[in-house]
Write a protein that binds this ligand. Structure first.
Ligand code: ZN
Length: 179
């Protein structure tokens, strides 16, 4: 695997601003998309988004979208319950907000990172947006992908520690529902 030196590595502040503007002023990031180096930074945002589901009692699922230069350009969390809209899954919210910002429906240059493997509805939208790669943490046991053919590449993130944190939040959500 090719790993380049990146001068922005580890600087969390650059990701919090709009479109990571300060990142652009630094030495251009030559990294190809290598999640290992960046995942800690993205993960902070993913968890931040996930926490937002609590208020509306939405299933905690969140997603972020990053561009070629590993700049976080969009984020979303599940707001189905909050907005009473079946389509408002985290992935779709993140995709729509980037679409709105870019005014361009072709999002082929972007990668999606999501806590739970997208459902079939979301996969259809990801295809519409032309996103080619999806990184995810947890398997979606509710979905039967066997009959669905897609060219999207799904890559499972194998960070046990991060996976456990997400899993715990999901589990405690469902446990609370049963109370
Ligand atoms: Zn979905």
């Amino acid at each position: 695997m090719l790993v380049y030196n990146c001068h922005c590595k580890g600087d969390v502040r650059i990701w919090s601003g709009p479109e990571g503007s300060s990142h652009k002023n630094l030495v251009p990031c030559t990294m190809t998309f290598y999640l290992g180096e960046y995942m800690n930074i993205f993960f902070k945002q993913i968890i931040k988004e996930l926490e937002k589901c609590k208020k509306s009692q939405d299933v905690p699922v969140s997603a972020v979208i990053v561009d070629k230069n590993n700049i976080l350009v969009s984020k979303g969390y599940n707001t189905r319950q909050k907005k009473y809209n079946f389509c408002n899954h985290a992935e779709i919210n993140a995709i729509n907000s980037l679409f709105k910002k870019n005014k361009n429906k072709n999002l082929s240059d972007y990668k999606l990172i999501v806590t739970l493997k997208p459902c079939l509805m979301c996969i259809t939208v990801i295809e519409q947006a032309n996103i080619k790669k999806v990184y995810y943490y947890l398997e979606n046991i509710k979905c039967d992908y066997s009959k669905y053919i897609t060219s999207i590449i799904f890559l499972k993130i194998n960070d046990e520690e991060q996976k456990k944190i997400i899993e715990k939040k999901l589990k405690s959500f469902f446990l609370n529902l049963r109370k």
